[in-house]
Design a protein around this ligand. Structure first.
Ligand code: CAA
Length: 295
């Protein structure tokens, strides 16, 4: 069956050069995954400070991979050597695939996609790592919405196998095929879903995380006991409050807020303390303090 509004396209593009826009926790992790699998990667940040933060993130993460025996020093050097940095989207003119991983803001992401649409070649794929915004609405910022697709990685991106591929009603089937082929090359396990806030995993996960925050907020149980219950009772690798610190409380708040506005399910109405912690700068691991304190 053909996708409504889509024109047919049969070319299979070759993807060698990858652009990543935004080198925060997710963007840096995504750049690492592609470079690790031999792609040339250009990472773009807003300014030199952003580039420096992204570079540090990459160096730390890959050093950890070496310590854990996942990479050799030579492989690490090769990986880092395949990544170049820039503060201009114009440097992505030769990218075959660009993954946008900027802040979770509709206006920011739309502006980036609109500019990329003019910069890259007509057959290049524009992917967004959004976790809750409408990919369809994001794609409407471009003149070629058929080449826009969601490519949602999980944190930590170098470790988690899952990538949710989000198709809109106008994403070209060939784009979905090519994205699946690229994800296969980087060792990820894609699942495909439609464009609804939370996609598959977050739609299931965030009600649970929010409920854990409420338990903590209402002093029903301590943070350690909430987390221990899920780790030792249910075999989760980390408890919900520790996981929120990993995701980032600002990101978690944005995801819940978007899901709540779209679905009006009170499970997703962000627990009040979440907003207070974000306002106070307690963002989790990345700021050194969230539900727990980090060195
Ligand atoms: N490259 C390759 N491998 C790496 C790596 C890197 N940069 N960094 C770490 N690893 C490997 C380690 O070598 C280790 O492998 P082995 O188990 O084979 O030794 C493995 O990854 C785990 O790393 P660590 O031992 O350092 O850490 P850990 O065992 O404490 O696990 C964790 C940490 C992976 C985060 C684990 O606790 C976990 O999976 N937690 C759940 C994470 C989760 O649920 N993520 C989804 C969040 S939701 C989301 O992301 C969506 C959204 O939109 C917000």
């Amino acid at each position: 069956a053909s996708t409504p509004g889509a024109t047919t396209e049969t070319t299979t593009r070759t993807v060698d050069q990858v652009g990543v826009v935004g080198l925060g926790t997710m963007g840096a992790g995504i750049a690492e995954v592609f470079a690790r699998h031999g792609f040339s990667v250009t990472g773009v940040e807003l300014d030199e400070d952003g580039v420096a933060r992204g570079r540090t993130h990459l160096e730390t993460s890959t050093a950890r991979a070496v310590e854990r025996g996942k990479l050799t020093e030579e492989e690490r050097a090769g990986l880092l050597g395949r990544i170049s940095f820039s503060t201009s989207l114009k440097d992505l003119a030769h990218a075959d695939l660009v993954v946008e991983a900027a802040v979770e803001s509709m206006a920011t992401k739309k502006a980036i996609l609109a500019e990329l649409d003019d910069v890259v070649a007509p057959e290049a794929v524009l992917a967004t790592n959004t976790s809750s915004l409408s990919v369809t609405e994001l794609s409407s910022a471009t003149r070629h919405p058929g080449r826009v697709v969601g490519m949602h990685f999980f944190n930590p991106a170098p470790v988690q196998k899952l990538v949710e591929v989000v198709r809109t009603v106008v994403t070209l089937p060939a784009v979905l095929d090519d994205v699946a082929a690229v994800l296969d090359r980087i060792g990820k396990s894609p699942v495909v879903c439609g464009d609804k806030a939370g996609f598959i995993a977050n739609a299931l996960l965030f009600g649970y995380l929010n409920h854990a925050v409420s338990m903590f907020e209402n002093r029903y149980a301590s943070r350690e006991d909430v987390d221990a219950a899920m780790r030792f009772g249910c075999g989760y690798p980390m408890g919900p409050l520790a996981l929120l610190d990993l995701i980032g409380l600002d990101t978690a708040y944005e995801i819940l807020d978007t899901m709540y506005k779209q679905g009006r399910d009170r499970l997703h109405a962000p627990a009040p303390i979440l907003k207070q912690m974000v306002t106070a700068g307690l963002l989790g691991r990345k700021s050194g303090r969230g539900f727990y304190t980090y060195e």
